[in-house]
Design a protein around this ligand. Structure first.
Ligand SMILES: [Zn+2]
Ligand SMILES: [Zn+2]
Length: 353
C-alpha cells in the first residue's frame, strides 16, 4: 500500500509502497478514507520533542486523525465488522489498566500514540491498523460523513475533553481561546455549542474571521493589543471563567492564565515548542490568591468519543465547516511545510491515497 513515511526531519515525507498491515487478534485494519493534517504532525516532522524524550523516530508513517471503513478484524473482535464506518482516536488505550477501566484511556499507562510511534504506524496511508479496537474505535452515526470525522481529528476531541470534561464548562461561561489554529477554532466552536460565550485571540485576521463564523462573540488581535489579558478581562466583565491555550507558547499560556477571573480555569492543550521546551513561567501567587485552576488535558478518552459524535450528528457541531483544503498523499509534505510559516487556515485533510 502507499504510505507517507518520515525519513528525515524537515524533509518531504517519502511516499512509499509498504506492506499493508494485518489486524492483531484484538485489533482491526481500517481503509483510510480521510485523515486530518495537524500541527502535531508538523512537530513530529520537525523532529521536536527530543528534550522530552518524545521525538518521533524516522521510519514512522505519520497521520493520526483517520476516519474510514473497517477492512479486516482480528479473531478476538466481535463488536466490529468489515464495512463498519469508524472514528479512530490518536490516543489509543490497551483497555485493561486502572486508567482504562475507569474510563481514562487517554492516559493509559501502556497506551499508543497513533502515528507517533513505531508500534502504532499512522494513517497517511491507504490502511491503518488499530489495536484493542473494541475499546478504542467509535462507530460513526449514519448521518455523519467520514470527512467530518477526519476533520474532528485530535483537535475537536482535545478541545471537547478540555472544555467539557476538564474545565466542566457551563452554559453562560465566558471562554477565552488563545491561538486560533485548527485546535483553537475547534475550541471556539465547541465552547459555543456547549453554551459558552467566546473571546477568540490571535495575531491574524483570517483565523479571527473564521472564529467569528463558528461562534466567537468577541475577538482580540494580540499583536495590536498592548495588554491582551486586560483586553479579555474588559470584554468578559472581569475575566474569563475558562481559558484555553491552544498554541503552547509562553506568551499565550501566560495570557490565558492572566485573563481569568477569580476561580477561573486555565486549560493547557497546546504543546510547547523548542523555545519553551515544556517549561513556562506562571504567576503562582496570583493562581493561589484567586483559587485559579491550571489544568492539563490530553486528547479524549476513547470511550467518550460517542458524546462528540452525537454533537456532530445533532448539527450543533459542524467540523466540515472548517475544512479549507483536501489534498493527496503526495501533497501532505507541502501542507506541513506551510505550517512552519503559520500559512494555513482552518482544517486540511488528506483524502486521496
Ligand atoms: Zn490502559
Ligand atoms: Zn492532531
Amino acid at each position: 500500500m502507499r504510505a507517507a513515511v518520515l525519513r528525515e526531519y524537515g524533509e518531504p515525507l517519502s511516499v512509499e509502497d509498504v506492506p499493508a498491515p494485518e489486524p492483531p487478534d484484538h485489533g482491526i485494519v481500517v481503509d483510510v478514507e480521510a485523515c486530518g493534517i495537524c500541527r502535531s504532525d508538523w512537530h513530529a516532522w520537525m523532529g521536536h520533542g527530543e528534550w522530552a524524550d518524545d521525538q518521533v523516530d524516522p521510519g514512522q508513517i505519520l497521520g493520526h486523525e483517520p476516519a474510514g471503513e473497517v477492512a479486516a478484524v482480528g479473531r478476538d473482535v466481535d463488536a466490529l465488522s468489515v464495512g463498519d464506518r469508524v472514528a479512530v482516536p490518536f490516543n489509543l488505550g490497551e483497555g485493561s489498566c486502572p486508567a482504562c477501566r475507569r474510563g481514562h484511556g487517554n492516559v493509559c499507562e501502556d497506551g499508543y500514540a497513533l502515528g507517533f510511534e513505531q508500534t502504532a504506524q499512522g494513517a497517511f496511508a491507504e490502511q491503518v491498523a488499530v489495536p484493542h479496537a473494541e475499546f478504542n474505535v467509535a462507530q460513526i452515526p449514519d448521518g455523519v460523513g467520514l470527512d467530518a470525522v477526519a476533520a474532528l481529528g485530535c483537535r475537536y476531541a482535545t478541545a471537547f475533553h478540555a472544555l467539557a470534561h476538564r474545565a466542566d464548562l457551563s452554559g453562560g461561561d465566558w471562554v477565552a481561546v488563545h491561538g486560533c489554529g485548527g485546535l483553537g477554532l475547534a475550541a471556539v466552536q465547541i465552547a459555543t455549542a456547549l453554551g459558552g460565550s467566546v473571546v477568540a485571540v490571535d495575531v491574524r485576521d483570517d483565523p479571527l474571521d473564521l472564529a467569528e463564523q463558528v461562534g466567537a462573540a468577541e475577538t482580540v488581535r494580540a499583536d495590536q493589543t498592548g495588554d491582551v489579558s486586560g483586553a479579555v478581562r474588559a470584554l468578559t466583565d472581569g475575566g474569563a471563567h475558562v481559558s484555553v491555550d491552544a498554541l503552547g507558547r509562553a506568551e499565550t499560556c501566560r495570557n490565558s492564565v492572566d485573563c481569568l477571573r477569580a476561580r477561573g480555569k486555565h486549560v493547557q492543550v497546546g504543546l510547547t515548542t523548542e523555545a519553551e521546551k515544556g517549561e513556562i513561567s506562571l504567576p503562582v501567587d496570583e493562581i493561589t490568591r484567586w483559587d485559579v485552576s491550571v489544568l492539563g488535558s490530553r486528547g479524549m478518552p476513547p470511550s467518550r468519543y460517542d458524546e462528540l459524535l452525537r454533537l456532530v450528528d445533532s448539527g450543533r457541531l459542524d467540523p466540515g465547516a472548517l475544512v479549507t483544503q483536501r489534498v493527496g498523499l503526495d501533497d501532505v509534505s507541502d501542507r506541513l511545510a506551510a505550517m512552519t510559516d503559520y500559512d494555513t487556515r482552518g482544517i486540511e485533510l488528506a483524502t486521496e491515497f
